[in-house]
Ligand binder design. Structure first.
Ligand SMILES: [Cu+2]
Length: 286
């Protein structure tokens, strides 16, 4: 624009900046794509349903990545094509397209995005959802995990396979952290561990999750498990391990000043080794 405000074709030169920006954008896009191809970014997979979770993450990154790139190329092309000084293009007078054309252009992205998201949810997501939130298999091992500031307390039902009663009035941080009722017969053989969990490899595990105080999130990244704990509500996580080893249980919900140290470990062992370990545990009131 000149001082008087009238556009003068060809007077202003934007210099090399737009070209450099465009090159940087393309280089960055190639670098990011390359980064996804050359290595896996998720931690080693240790659960059955986890491959499905990884697939959904890859699908979302790919689809949104392509949309992002195409969108920016179109945007860049428009900026370049209708730049100040490109007299020929700017002199074109645009007539308003027909309503049908406008509707068609509005419907296209709508259909595209609904298609992309529905395909992801229904085709890829539903089977994984079923594995995580479907009915527990009959041979599943039931464990309870209580989250409190700032630790994980793990409970096994013991030989009677029944979890004993708990009540807030019995909670005592030093020797009864989950508040087991000493007068309850089912509670006698319950096994309570702090920050430590053992599961047999390959057997389905159902974890009931409760919180003693605030929101926490039970996260085992190697299993692709992440489930919020909500005070006053029992939530559930379900998985089946595919390899043995020791994996971290983290809290994935900022829950207070000690959030960073709220961690535990889960030991995945062959069935026989797990049985031996379980037999060595002593009931809480025994
Ligand atoms: Cu927490």
């Amino acid at each position: 624009m000149s001082e008087t405000g009238a556009p003068q074709a060809g007077k202003h030169r934007a210099g090399k900046t737009p070209l450099l920006l465009a090159i940087a954008f393309v280089a960055l896009a190639i670098l990011v794509a390359f980064g996804f191809v050359v290595r896996r970014w998720q931690p080693l997979l240790a659960s059955d349903h986890g491959a499905g979770v990884d697939e959904i993450i890859s699908y979302l990154l790919l689809t949104t990545g392509v949309v992002f790139l195409v969108g920016h190329f179109v945007l860049g092309w428009c900026v370049w094509r209708f730049r100040e000084g490109n007299g020929e293009a700017n002199q074109t007078t645009f007539e308003r397209p027909s309503k049908r054309v406008e509707w068609a252009w509005a419907a296209m992205p709508l259909i595209l995005f609904v298609g992309v998201s529905e395909f992801g949810v229904v085709i890829l997501g539903a089977p994984v959802w079923e594995k995580i939130y479907g009915d527990a298999p009959k041979d599943a091992l039931h464990i309870e995990v209580v989250g409190k500031q700032f630790e994980w307390i793990v409970r096994y039902p013991g030989k009677d396979s029944k979890f004993g009663k708990v009540a807030p009035e019995y909670v005592n941080d030093a020797d009864n952290p989950i508040g087991l009722d000493e007068d309850d017969a089912d509670a006698q053989d319950d096994i309570v561990l702090r920050g430590e969990m053992h599961v047999p490899q390959g057997r389905p595990v159902v974890v009931s999750l409760r919180s003693h105080d605030v929101l926490h999130s039970f996260a085992i990244t190697h299993f692709r498990v992440k489930q919020d704990l909500i005070p006053g509500f029992t939530s559930r996580a379900q998985f089946r391990t595919i390899r043995s080893g020791k994996f971290e249980i983290a809290c994935a919900e900022l829950c207070g000043l000690g959030h960073y140290k709220m961690r535990g470990f889960i030991h995945v062992e062959p069935e026989a080794q797990f049985k031996t370990w379980l037999d060595q545990q002593v009931g809480y009131f025994q």
